[in-house]
Design a protein. Structure first.
Length: 86
C-alpha cells in the first residue's frame, strides 16, 4: 500500500528513493567511498525503521494487555493499509 500523501512515511520513502538514486549514480561513477556511505545510510534507515516498528508494537500490546483503548487507538495507524487478523 502506498503511504498517504504528506505523511512521515511518505517523506521517508522519498528520502530513501533519493539516497538509492545517489547510491546507483555513485556506483556508476565508480565512486566507491560515496557508494559505501549511501549503502551504510540505507542500512541504518532500515534498522531505525525496524526499531520503530518494534517499539510501536510493544507499546500497543502493553496497552492491549492493560485494556487501555485510548492508548491503543492513539498508537494504531489509521490507514486502510493496516489490518488486524487475530
Amino acid at each position: 500500500w502506498p503511504s498517504p500523501r504528506d505523511s512521515p512515511e511518505q517523506a521517508i520513502d522519498e528520502q530513501l528513493a533519493r539516497i538509492e538514486t545517489d547510491l546507483y549514480q555513485a556506483t556508476d561513477r565508480m565512486d566507491l567511498e560515496t557508494s559505501q556511505q549511501k549503502d551504510d545510510l540505507i542500512s541504518q534507515m532500515h534498522i531505525d525503521d525496524c526499531a520503530s516498528v518494534l517499539q510501536a508494537n510493544s507499546a500497543f500490546y502493553m496497552a492491549f494487555s492493560q485494556k487501555n483503548y485510548e492508548t491503543m487507538h492513539n498508537l494504531w495507524l489509521h490507514d486502510r493499509s493496516v489490518t488486524c487478523i487475530h
